[in-house]
Design a binder for this molecule. Sequence first.
Ligand code: PMP
Length: 404
Amino acid sequence: MADVFDKCRAWPDYRVAVAAGIYAYCTPLVERGDGTEVTVHGDRKVIMAGSNDYLGLSTDPRVKEAAIAAVRSLGTGCSGSRLLNGTLALHEEFEARMASFLGREAAMVGSTGFSTNLALAALLGQGDAVFADRHNHASLADAVRLSPARCLRYRHSDMDDLESLLTTTETDAARVIVTDGLFSMSGDLCDLPGIVKLAQRHNARVIVDQAHDLGLLGPNGRGVAEYFGLEPEVDLIAATLSKSFGSIGGVLAGPRDVIDYLRHQARSIIFTAALPPASIATALAALEIVRGEPERRGRVLDNAERLHNGLRALGYDTGTSATPVIPVYVRDALLCMRFWTELLQEGVFTNAVIHPATAVGNELIRVSVMATHTEEHLDRVLSAFERAGRRLGVIPARPPASFD
Ligand code: PMP
């Protein structure tokens, strides 16, 4: 008799890595300090170079105090959906401030970035055509899968492929192009100018998920749309509060009628509990810092440049990224996990990215840079990459002294 649990027992990958001592996931952090140096199990202090907390706000004293004050006055949970008993005045204040920050009519906050992106399924109806970058985040892919719309996936940032898909669909279908702003694994930006040009030519709406770039890119931190000077051309912005905003939660921002419709129709919004007081207070305090301290963006971008240059000088392949999300391509799953383990032993916490987060053959160590990293942190990260990479042969061993 078949058992739905059989597949779990037959799944060897996880145990192979554990047995080899190179399991690279779910490492518990015991303390996070100021976020740049964290304590992992066994009381080892390591540099955190794998966090999406790009601006370092999740440990900022002002943000923490805002969260604590919200717990004191509003409690720990909302115990209900936004539509029913779960809406706080604080949610509405954040939504109004986020909408005004982004220059949109309205914004809506959901419980996570993932679940808020799933709300997009409510927009995508029978007969509609969605054009999606093949490297889009899983939450965008799942939103399309949950909808009856037709999905046409174009090769990553390949505008010729996108154009040929747009050309071959019937003209009366409602069309929408959906893309990540900053791609979460490869660290490169979408070709927004190319997408906007094709959207205008083929009468398609544009939705951009600015999860990684909101707060980080653009002179005012409004993300890739601002970075490219194309904010009016983007119809709907998605984002998350779990990265530069140091919290958890998702955002959709756009025309008021669209946001109102989603608030009342999207299953992942109406059938889930509202974001708790501490999380929304965190996001609100972080938004004020994003607006008021542009120098943080400058620092993280300078830090990223320093690390990019250092890694490339060591001989690493960092792809086409020029952002604080830096992929170091290893292109082998076991080697990737081994490299991650050695980097941790060298005192640096990174992320080992293997399938399904990236294609087989594209395995990488993802390094994420924060505004709060010092030059000394970055130099220590580079030394760790130098030693571990040479030991494992990811970069060539140092030439013999006589050739120096
Ligand atoms: N969109 C993108 C592009 C992401 O990278 C992520 C998170 N990795 C999400 C959405 C989901 O956000 P969250 O983790 O806050 O749910």
